[in-house]
Ligand binder design. Structure first.
Ligand SMILES: [Zn+2]
Length: 273
C-alpha cells in the first residue's frame, strides 16, 4: 500500500513536470473507483493551468484557482501515478488520465480502492474525507508536546495509536514499526505510559523515519511505482519491518512478529521496552 513517503515522493516527482501547465484533456475510463469518478473534468479543467499540488496525509490535492476547485486523488491499496508520453496506450488498470501538452498523468489502480474526486471551492480541508485527519507528522505542529497531548490518557497500545489517522495522519504500518524500533519502545506499551523522554525520542524518530524514506525515494511495496517509473529502496533498509526471525541490527536477537488490531507488528523484544 502506498504510504505517506511514497505519496510525498510522487508529489515531488510530479511538480516539476506539471506545475503551471495547462490541462488539455481528462479521461475517466470507469464510472467509479472506491467512489464515483467525476465525468465532467475535461469541461471543467481544459485550458486551466495547474497552480499547486499539496499533500494531506495520503491524499494528493491538485489546485486550479481559475476553475474554482481541487482534484483529490488517493492511491488506495494498489494505486500508482505515472507520467507517460501523450501517445502511450492505456493498460487494463489505467483508469484515469489527466492530460497536459507534453505528458499524461496516469492513475493505475488494479484493486480500485483509490479515489478521484472533484472538490468545489477553495477549502478542501472541510471535505468529510479531510476534515477528521490528525496532525501531519512532518509539519512544524508535530512536536513532542503535541505527541504527548495525543497520548495522554490513552490505554491503546502505542503502535495502534500511531496508526490512527484521526490523531496522526499517514504513519502506516512500516513506519510505525521502524519509528518504535528507533525510539526503543515496545509496540505493546500503553500509549499513556510513555515517559517524556520516550515521547521526545518517538516524535523525533517518526520525523526522521518518514524523512529518510522520502529522501530514499519511498519504499516500494507491492505495486507502487514512482511517478518517473523508478522503484524505491527504503524497504531494503528496514530494521524490523517484515524481518520476522532475522537478527536485530542492534543486538542480534530474533525479530518478533505479533498481531495488533488486525495488523502485523514487528519488533525486537530485547531492544524495545
Ligand atoms: Zn535488538
Amino acid at each position: 500500500m502506498p504510504e505517506l513517503p511514497e505519496v510525498e515522493v510522487s508529489r515531488l516527482g510530479l511538480l516539476p513536470h506539471l506545475l503551471h501547465e495547462p490541462v488539455v484533456g481528462c479521461l475517466a475510463r470507469r464510472a467509479d473507483l472506491r467512489l464515483p469518478m467525476p465525468q465532467d473534468l475535461a469541461a471543467r479543467l481544459t485550458g486551466h493551468r495547474l497552480a499547486a499540488i499539496v499533500r494531506r496525509g495520503k491524499y494528493l490535492l491538485f489546485h486550479w484557482p481559475t476553475a474554482s476547485g481541487w482534484l483529490l486523488l488517493h492511491l488506495g491499496m494498489s494505486g500508482s501515478l505515472r507520467l507517460t508520453p501523450p501517445d502511450a496506450p492505456a493498460g487494463l488498470h489505467d483508469h484515469f488520465d489527466l492530460c497536459f501538452p507534453r505528458v499524461i498523468l496516469r492513475l493505475k489502480d488494479p484493486r480500485r480502492f483509490g479515489l478521484v474526486l472533484w472538490l468545489e471551492g477553495e477549502h478542501p480541508e472541510t471535505h468529510p474525507l479531510l476534515e477528521p485527519l490528525g496532525v501531519e507528522p512532518l509539519s512544524e505542529a508535530f512536536t513532542a508536546d503535541c505527541l504527548a497531548a495525543l497520548l495522554k490518557g490513552r490505554t491503546t497500545p502505542i503502535k495502534t495509536l500511531l496508526m490512527s489517522a484521526r490523531r496522526i495522519v499517514g504513519i502506516g504500518n512500516i513506519y510505525a514499526a521502524e519509528s518504535l524500533y528507533r525510539a526503543a519502545i515496545s509496540p505493546l506499551r500503553p500509549a499513556a505510559d510513555l515517559r517524556p523522554k520516550e515521547i521526545q525520542r518517538l516524535a523525533a524518530s517518526i520525523r526522521e523515519t518518514l524523512q529518510e524514506a522520502i529522501e530514499a525515494g519511498g519504499s516500494s511495496v507491492r505495486d507502487y511505482v514512482h511517478s518517473d517509473g523508478g522503484a524505491g529502496s527504503f524497504q531494503l533498509r528496514a530494521a524490523v519491518y517484515d524481518r520476522t526471525g532475522q537478527p536485530c541490527p542492534r543486538c542480534a536477537a530474533p525479530i518478533r512478529q505479533i498481531r495488533q488490531s488486525g495488523r502485523s507488528s514487528f519488533y525486537c523484544p530485547r531492544c524495545q521496552k
